[in-house]
Design a protein around this ligand. Structure first.
Ligand code: NAP
Length: 284
């Protein structure tokens, strides 16, 4: 029997509507984005984020810098935004052009305004089991699993990919939900040995079809984070035939993708609440 689809579009629309309602109750919220250079994909992502923010009543504040901007100039902009009372959240669009140090830029963002959850303080909070501002894609994955009431306590969860943006944070969230978590990566020997054991399989690699149907356990829940542009259009990391084996699977497109922007908006509201003292930010 084919797997049921975990519909990210429908859930994301519901979350955006909830966010819009919350925004109406709060003082004006500003989301500042920093886009450096001319990468077309980054330009597209920024315009999608701005549009989504506007739709829920969050004011996008657009900062664009040329590709050859010096590191110090980017850091100076971040510091200005840290000090700006109209800015509740700061999002430097990654990747930054060659020559700019992403780690330094992320470190410069005030942790309270770190809407992507990439700052070492927020990453550390997640590691310690005290999620504060958490990256949007992993939050979206957890929301999809929660929506389907996928049992995680004691479940065997396997995450393929160990990026700071998806793999590591989602592994921590699954661990906090009391799953037994394995993290696989490009050095993993015999990947199928791990994936075949997974009750919940999250794949965030960036390689079309890296997980085939023969690598999925009968009845497993499969979350496909991959977004790969191919001649056949946008495809995930998991071969579509895995739907014959899984019990639940995310479609690509229309699964994790829409959830990411919805959770970014939710994080923006969270950052604003921290900024206004409506939620206590740890240590402040
Ligand atoms: P990334 O930073 O490139 O990380 C990819 C991970 O996959 C790395 O940990 C890498 O291992 C691992 N890997 C590479 N080849 C492998 C293989 N053959 N077997 C097992 N592991 C392998 O990518 P990312 O930023 O996490 O993104 C992953 C995918 O998700 C991309 O397609 C991206 O477009 C997509 N994505 C989607 C969303 C969304 O909203 N839907 C958001 C973010 C990302 P090493 O660490 O050993 O190199």
């Amino acid at each position: 029997m084919a797997a049921a689809l975990m519909d990210g579009r429908e859930l994301a629309a519901r979350i955006r509507a909830e966010v819009a309602e919350e925004v109406r109750e709060l003082p004006p919220i500003g989301l500042a984005t920093i886009l450096v250079g001319d990468d077309p994909a980054s330009h597209l992502y920024i315009s999608l984020k701005h549009k989504a923010a506007e739709e829920v009543g969050i004011r996008p504040i657009d900062h664009r810098l040329p590709a050859d901007t010096a590191q110090d100039e980017v850091l100076a902009l971040v510091r200005r935004l840290n000090a700006d009372g109209e800015v509740d959240a700061i999002l430097p669009q990654l990747p930054l052009p060659d020559g700019l140090d992403e780690a330094l830029v992320i470190l410069a963002v005030d942790a309270v305004k770190d809407v992507d959850g990439f700052h070492p303080f927020n990453a550390g909070q997640l590691y310690l089991g005290r999620p504060t501002l958490v990256p949007a894609t992993p939050l979206g994955i957890m929301a999809l699993l929660a929506e389907q009431q996928v049992p995680l306590d004691g479940a065997r969860a396997v995450v393929v990919g160990r990026s700071d943006i998806v793999g590591k944070p989602v592994a921590h969230l699954l661990l906090q939900a009391n799953a037994t978590v394995s993290i696989c990566h490009s050095h993993t020997d015999d990947l199928a040995r791990y994936t075949l054991d997974a009750d919940v399989l999250v794949v965030a690699v960036g390689s079309a079809g890296v997980v085939g149907a023969d690598m999925v356990k009968q009845g497993a829940v499969v979350v496909d984070v991959g977004q790969n542009q191919t001649e056949a259009g946008l495809v995930g990391d998991v071969d579509p035939s895995a739907a014959d084996v899984a019990s639940l699977i995310t479609p690509v497109p229309g699964g994790v993708g829409p959830m990411t922007i919805a959770m970014l908006l939710r994080n923006t509201v969270r950052a604003a609440k921290y900024g206004h003292g409506l939620l206590a930010f740890p240590g402040r």
